[in-house]
Design a protein around this ligand. Structure first.
Ligand code: NAD
Length: 374
């Protein structure tokens, strides 16, 4: 099936970004939000992105006019979806409100229309249950900022059809994204693998094995990451990281339990750079000095990296995602220098197995050796 016209519900940060990249890549787009001022704010964000493109000589004036000309907007879901081939929902993260939106879209959209959600954490199957077309329902999880991030995680519900997946792949490709696929499961690929890295860094800090600076340095210098877990957490927002980890904890159990340090910072409002305080201080005041523990930084980077490798292998063991999808997902969605399977090959599978076997004996089930390594 050919997708020509898309409706995007939600004109916020993600929705307006999805509208922008869709119009830029030749789709007609209708953007919907709850009231005129929300839609206007979305259009303003898009105009500002277009202006940036013009100023950087990336978009010509006539391309900008064509792009804006492809976008219409409104506040009525039924009216807005009646002639589209794909609806992408990007409203705030609430199951009941999203289900309401999907029930309305399902009732008014043409029979062939695919319904997609940009949810970061809600169950695709439960959202699909609000519609009479679960075979045409799929997760299309974009990353922020949408125009810059090349990854699109496609999240497959139990009833998502092969044709729906093929259409979503085609749309993603036309939008300039690399698509990867994961079965509906908490955290999909990127958050599921990223959270154990963040958590392990904090746990090792709490145990006094290394300081925050040592852990961040180990992960950047030896792990090749753009930022270590503490600096990354502060940048992303500790509230967002805490919510993502809490969802995984609720769904998957104790191995994802948010550490006390993270919980306490969030409860005190120290949620990272946007609050000028998180794991580190950004107000200009000096951070409390932490005497270095003198730990071997190369060992530390492997010790933390192994948690990403372990989680990636569990995703394959449980048939949630493939190696071929996981590695590019972590490079494009989390700026890993290489995917967890490529990292495992570098470290050596025997070494990864030995290290996990040792940790499993010392620390328990959260360090068990994945089936594919046994
Ligand atoms: N922000 C991110 O980094 C990020 C990344 C990936 C996925 N997501 C997911 O994308 C979705 C949107 O996130 P966001 O950051 O763009 O949120 P946002 O708060 O910036 O925007 C949400 C928009 O939805 C609108 N809205 C709310 N209820 C509506 C309704 N019933 N009908 C129409 N519009 C409605 C709001 O008015 C608002 O403009 C969430 O599900 C979030 O989990 C966010």
């Amino acid at each position: 099936m050919e997708i020509n016209k898309i409706a995007v519900v939600g004109a916020g940060l993600m929705g307006s970004g999805i509208v922008y990249i869709s119009a830029w890549n030749g789709f007609d787009v209708h953007m919907i939000d709850i009231n005129d001022s929300a839609v206007e704010a979305g259009m303003e964000r898009i105009r500002s992105d277009v202006m940036t493109g013009i100023n950087k000589n990336k978009i010509s004036m006539s391309d900008a006019e064509t792009l804006i000309g492809r976008i219409t907007f409104g506040t009525d879901i039924a009216e807005g979806v009646k002639d589209v081939d794909l609806v992408i929902e990007a409203i705030f993260e609430n199951m009941d409100v999203k289900k309401e939106v999907f029930a309305k879209a399902d009732a008014a959209a043409p029979e062939h229309c695919i319904l997609a959600t940009n949810t970061s954490s809600l169950s695709i199957d439960e959202l699909a249950s609000a519609t009479k077309r679960p075979d045409k329902f799929i997760g299309m999880h974009y990353f922020s900022p949408v125009a810059a991030m090349k990854l699109l995680e496609l999240v497959l519900g139990e009833k998502t059809s092969a044709e729906t997946i093929a259409c979503a792949v085609k749309v993603g490709k036309k939008q300039g994204k690399t698509t990867v696929q994961a079965k509906n499961s908490p955290g999909f690929i990127v958050n599921r693998i990223l959270m154990p890295v963040l958590r392990e860094g904090i746990v090792l800090y709490e145990q006094g094995v290394a300081t925050k600076v040592e852990i961040d340095t180990a992960m950047t210098i030896h792990g090749g990451m753009p930022a270590g877990p503490f600096a990354l957490g502060d940048f992303v927002g500790l509230d967002i990281a805490y919510n993502a980890m809490s969802t995984l904890y609720r769904e998957l159990g104790d191995c994802f339990k948010p550490p006390e340090t993270l919980k306490n910072l969030v409860e005190s409002g120290a949620i990272g750079t946007k609050a000028k305080k998180g794991f580190y201080d950004y107000s200009g005041a000096a951070d409390e000095p932490e005497p270095a523990k003198g730990v071997d930084l190369e060992w530390l980077s492997v010790r933390i990296g192994i948690m990403a490798i372990r989680e990636a292998m569990i995703l394959v063991d449980t048939d949630i995602a493939s190696k071929e999808d996981i590695d590019p997902a972590m490079v494009l969605g989390a700026s890993f220098p290489k995917g967890p399977f490529a990292m495992a090959d570098d470290i050596g599978l025997d070494k990864v197995r030995d290290e996990l076997t040792k940790l499993n004996k010392e620390l328990g089930d959260c360090y068990s050796v994945p089936k594919m390594l046994q």
